[in-house]
Design a protein. Structure first.
Length: 338
């Protein structure tokens, strides 16, 4: 998916030679190739540059259209023959450095000097409470209410009949109709992307978005992180309780329920109608099928087929988990004899 210019201002294309000079990476390929965008390795288009890191085992399927990749030595073997590549010991860090040279996140240079930017579009029937701040290029739909001291960042699109609670903040996001954010909700912040750099751990920038479809509810003080390059998506009529964390690139289907203190790691996919009890945690890249139920405090580390009910940590089918709990209780507290 291309980087959205409503949230990230393009600074211009760079050649591969420019990027090699900027990052110190060793270039293999045509130095005059123009790079116009950023992506993951699996979703890149012509003109995009992605990255491959790790130990070189079973990488993601690489897009056939991508123009170039940053790679470490272990992953050179996986680069398709027609794709140029730049070798570095820190490919994700180099990719982030390239991103910073090509795009300016608008919310980082916006200081909110006007309560409602002259460049924002606010419907005449919208209600803006005292202290709310609305950035340039933002759109607020008919009969939507923006609560006191809420912050709506540059380019954010909010549909009709929405309710944005007091103190909530929304950046790099597109919201449908009838969306509710309760007080203090945080939508579109950078996710917990940490990468190795030349001097140690570094924060990875995020250039994706959050999409909240119609009738979504996000509870008080819950956080929905924007994607790294692709979108974090919350499907129609999904309801998320208070104090939940939805990480970058998560995709939640329609009518998913997430109870309080739920934590969903990056790139998880949850099918329609799934129900997650309180304090459920899901490890990254896990796929949860439609209609799945997870018992409270379950810790899930592997994919689940549709319609199943699991519990425990590590999570397993509910009957198996209950038998194990019963066996443990019985054998940990044997009856006294004599």
């Amino acid at each position: 998916m291309p980087v959205d210019p409503r949230f990230y201002a393009p600074l211009g294309a760079l050649t591969l030679k420019d990027l090699a000079d900027h990052t110190g990476a060793e270039l293999h390929g045509d130095e005059s190739v123009q790079i116009t965008g950023l992506s993951s390795a699996g979703t890149g288009r012509r003109g995009d540059i992605g990255f491959l890191d790790g130990d070189g085992k079973a990488p993601v399927d690489i897009s056939s259209d991508i123009s170039a990749l940053f790679v470490n030595a272990a992953n050179v073997q996986h680069v398709p023959g027609h794709v140029a590549y730049l070798v570095t010991s820190v490919p994700r860090y180099a990719h982030s450095a390239a991103a910073s040279a090509m795009y300016q996140p608008l919310h980082l240079v916006w200081h909110g000097s006007e309560a409602i930017s002259a460049e924002a579009s606010v419907h005449e029937e919208a209600i803006i409470a005292p202290g709310a701040v609305i950035g340039p290029g933002a759109v607020i739909g008919e009969k939507t209410v923006i609560g006191a001291n809420a912050i709506i960042g540059p380019g954010v699109q909010i549909g009709r009949n929405c309710s944005i609670g007091p103190g909530a903040s929304v950046y790099c996001a597109l919201l449908g109709d009838h969306v509710k954010l309760l007080a203090g909700a945080r939508v579109g912040e950078t996710g917990f992307g940490v990468m190795p750099g030349p001097k140690g751990a570094e924060d990875a920038p995020h250039y994706g978005r959050v999409i909240l479809q119609d009738h979504v509810t996000i509870g008080a003080n819950s956080c929905i992180d924007r994607g790294v390059f692709d979108d974090t998506i919350v499907g129609e009529r999904t309801k998320i309780d208070n104090l939940c964390q939805i990480a970058h690139n998560v995709v939640l289907g329609r009518s998913v329920l997430v109870a309080a203190f739920g934590g969903i790691s990056g790139s998880v996919q949850v099918g329609d109608g799934a129900m997650l009890g309180g304090r459920v945690g899901i490890a990254d890249h896990v796929k949860v099928g439609e209609g799945v139920s997870l018992a409270a405090s379950a810790g899930l580390f592997r994919d689940i087929e549709p319609g199943e009910t699991w519990g425990g940590t590590p999570a397993k089918p509910i009957r198996q988990w209950m038998r194990e709990v019963a066996w443990l209780q019985k054998n940990a507290n044997p009856k006294k004899t004599g």
